[in-house]
Design a protein around this ligand. Structure first.
Ligand SMILES: [Zn+2]
Length: 86
């Protein structure tokens, strides 16, 4: 169930980013069209936030909440759990 939810959420975010790329490519044909700049700017911003959210979730899940043999990553994990307890 959880894997299906993660896969669905990740697919939704990647699909949204792909849609924003398609919109940007559509407007790339005529970049001087009046709506091209605002649509591209808003689309790029939204896609960046969506992809950064997915990346943050992956880092949180795999670095912050799993033990690691790499001392740097283990230190990050320990600091995360100490901060949670404060
Ligand atoms: Zn956490």
């Amino acid at each position: 169930m959880k894997r299906a939810r993660v896969a669905a959420g990740s697919g939704l975010i990647l699909g949204f980013a792909a849609a924003m790329v398609a919109v940007a490519r559509h407007f790339a044909a005529d970049p001087w069209e009046p709506v091209a700049f605002p649509v591209s700017t808003l689309g790029a911003t939204a896609a960046t936030v969506a992809l950064a959210s997915l990346y943050e979730w992956i880092v949180h899940r795999h670095v912050y909440h799993r033990p690691s043999p790499v001392p740097l990553l283990q230190g990050i994990r320990e600091m995360h759990h100490v901060a949670r307890a404060l």
